[in-house]
Ligand binder design. Structure first.
Ligand code: CLF
Ligand code: SF4
Length: 311
C-alpha cells in the first residue's frame, strides 16, 4: 500500500470539516459523496476498469494504458466482468476499509454491457458494497433502470455544458443509434439525454453527482447554468474538475486557482460542491488522495492494448 501526500490545504480542510455532511447516510461510507474531510478519508473505493469503449469523442480525452499517470482515462489493463469479480474478492482481502466498487472507465460504462454485468454479479455476492458508476450519460435514459436493478446506488454524470453550441466544441462527435452525429446536433442529443437520464435515475432513488470539467475560454463562464439545469433534473452535488490540457485541448491552460474558485462559487448557488476530487485513474484502489493499493492488487500485470477511457 502506498501512502499518498494529502493534497488539501489546512484552510480547505477546516472549511469543509465545518460544513454539515451533504448525505448523512453516505458520510464516511463513500469517499466521493462524503463532504467533510474526515468522512472523505474513511472509506476506500475500488475502480474496476471493465468499460472498453466510448460512444462520444471529448476533445480533452486521451485514453491510455499505463502504470504511471494519475488521471481519468488511464488504467493498467482492461478487465472482463469475470475478472472484475475475482479482483473485487482480492481487493476485499487487501483493503480493510473497502466500501465502494465503481466503474469509471477506461471507456464509458454504459457504452457496453460489461459494467452492468459486473455490477450485477458483485451485488449478488456482496450486497453490502456500495456500487457506483461514472458515465457521460448518453445511454442513461435507456440504462438507468438496469443500473438500479444491478444494485448501483450512486451515480456520476459528466455534464460539461447545457448549451449545444458550447457542447459542440467540447464533444464534437457522438455515436447515436449506430450513426455518427456531429456538431450542434450531437451536443443537443447528448445534453437532452444527460438531463433525461439524471431525471430518470433520480426517480429510481439513485444519489447523483455531476462532474463538470472546467475548460478555460470554453465553458468557464457557463458553470452556473450547468449547475442550475442539473439541479433541476435531480442531481444533488457537483464536482468542478480542472481541465488537464491534452489531446485536442492541449493548447489551453489549466484553470488557475481564481478561475476554479469562481466556477465553484457559481455552481454553489445551485448545488453542494464536492471539493476532494483526485481525478482518479480507471483502476484506482484506496482512499482517493490518501492510499493507493493499485500495485498490491494488480502487481506487474500490464497489458498494452488499444486505448479507451472515461474522464
Ligand atoms: Fe469512483 Fe467516481 Fe464513484 Fe468516486 S471517483 S466512480 S464517484 S467511486 Fe471520486 Fe475519483 Fe473524483 Fe471520481 S475522487 S475522479 S469524483
Ligand atoms: Fe468518452 Fe469519458 Fe473520454 Fe469523454 S472523457 S471521450 S466520455 S471516455
Amino acid at each position: 500500500m502506498t501512502e499518498l501526500p494529502f493534497s488539501a490545504c489546512p484552510a480547505h480542510a477546516m472549511r469543509t470539516a465545518a460544513m454539515a455532511p451533504a448525505f448523512p447516510e453516505l458520510e464516511g461510507r463513500h469517499p466521493c459523496f462524503s463532504t467533510t474531510a474526515e468522512g472523505h478519508a474513511r472509506a476506500a473505493r475500488l475502480h474496476l476498469p471493465v468499460a472498453p469503449g466510448c460512444n462520444i469523442a471529448c476533445a480533452f480525452c486521451r485514453r491510455d494504458y499505463n502504470r504511471v499517470e494519475q488521471r481519468p482515462g488511464v488504467a493498467a489493463r482492461l478487465l472482463t466482468p469475470d475478472e472484475a469479480v475475482a479482483t473485487t474478492e482480492r481487493a476485499r482481502r487487501l483493503v480493510p476499509n473497502l466500501a465502494v466498487v465503481g466503474v469509471a472507465g477506461p471507456g464509458d460504462p454504459l457504452a457496453s454491457d460489461h459494467a452492468i454485468d459486473a455490477f450485477a454479479r458483485i451485488h449478488a455476492r456482496w450486497p453490502e458494497l456500495t456500487l457506483c458508476v461514472s458515465t457521460n450519460g448518453l445511454m442513461l435514459p435507456e440504462r438507468a433502470d438496469d443500473l438500479a436493478a444491478a444494485g448501483v446506488t450512486t451515480l456520476t454524470v459528466t455534464v460539461n455544458s447545457v448549451d449545444p453550441e458550447i457542447q459542440a466544441i467540447i464533444t464534437p462527435m457522438i455515436a447515436w443509434r449506430r450513426k455518427r452525429v456531429n456538431g450542434v446536433e450531437a451536443g443537443r442529443r447528448l445534453i437532452d439525454n444527460q438531463l433525461a437520464g439524471v431525471a430518470r435515475a433520480a426517480s429510481l432513488g439513485l444519489t447523483i453527482k455531476i462532474n463538470t470539467v472546467l475548460i478555460p475560454t470554453i465553458n468557464d463562464h457557463h458553470i452556473g447554468e450547468v449547475a442550475a439545469a442539473v439541479a433541476k433534473a435531480g442531481a444533488r452535488m457537483i464536482n468542478v474538475i480542472p481541465l488537464i490540457p491534452q489531446h485536442r485541448l492541449a493548447h489551453l491552460k489549466a484553470p488557475s486557482f481564481i478561475e476554479r474558485h469562481e466556477a465553484r462559487a457559481a455552481a454553489a448557488k445551485h448545488l453542494r460542491v464536492f471539493t476532494h476530487c483526485q481525478r482518479c485513474r480507471a483502476d484506482a484502489v484506496g482512499v482517493p488522495g490518501l492510499t493507493d493499493f493499485t500495485r498490491d492488487l494488480y502487481g506487474d500485470d500490464i497489458r498494452a492494448e488499444p486505448t479507451f477511457s472515461h474522464g
